[in-house]
Design a protein around this ligand. Sequence first.
Ligand SMILES: Nc1nc2c(ncn2[C@@H]2O[C@H](COP(=O)(O)OP(=O)(O)OP(=O)(O)O)[C@@H](O)[C@H]2O)c(=O)[nH]1
Ligand SMILES: [Mg+2]
Length: 220
Amino acid sequence: MRVQIVKNILDANTKIAAENRKLFDSHNLTVINLMSSPGAGKTTLLEEMGVTFAGRLRIGVIEGDIQTSLDAERVAAAGLAAVQIETAGACHLDANMVQNAAATLDLADLDLLVVENVGNLVCPAEFNIGEDFKVMLLSVTEGDDKPLKYPLMFKESKVLLITKIDLLPHLRCDLNRMKQAARAINPGLVIFEVSAYSGQGLADWHDWLRAQIKGTHDPS
Ligand SMILES: Nc1nc2c(ncn2[C@@H]2O[C@H](COP(=O)(O)OP(=O)(O)OP(=O)(O)O)[C@@H](O)[C@H]2O)c(=O)[nH]1
Ligand SMILES: [Mg+2]
């Protein structure tokens, strides 16, 4: 019985995700599902993208948190169009929540929509929200064994951003072991090593991202 209920939830989600996909395509909009454990640096990364792409890419953000609108306030302060979803306990965003939030944004006025999922290394990877691709963050403070212990998100993601590399001198984190474990799960994973604090690696990530944007008013 439980299996049947779970299957029905996922079927309903798949249907709404397809509707979202159609809506995003109608605006030629590139959509990213951004996922990680709590505190890996998702919102900080978005703040940096706001600075780098100011005047070049029109970026909208849907923020998912269990409680508060703190992250939406942060990215709005960084110049991005933002809307907050408070899930009131749910550990992930689903396609229905994203559909409702997207309806409050002027999608015709955006080149890129980033959905910052609820901080959680497990549940968000199970739900398609109509995105073009999933991007995950893993900070070096979390440990190099995490791909092996929480494989689904690594399997589902197109990109892995290894964050907070400025902290490496203080940690016993083996970057090669982390990357090998991630690639054993997903050989095609695109990996960037970044620090929002020092700025290291951000240009490579931004250049790669810029090349994925389907439609833009930016001639550069
Ligand atoms: N040392 C270091 N700290 C960072 C870096 N990026 C973010 N942080 C810090 O990590 C903490 C969490 O960052 P957030 O950007 O809020 O993380 P988040 O993934 O959005 O968190 P949730 O939305 O709560 O899941 C903050 O104190 C940031 O200043 C980095 O590159 N280096
Ligand atoms: Mg955040």
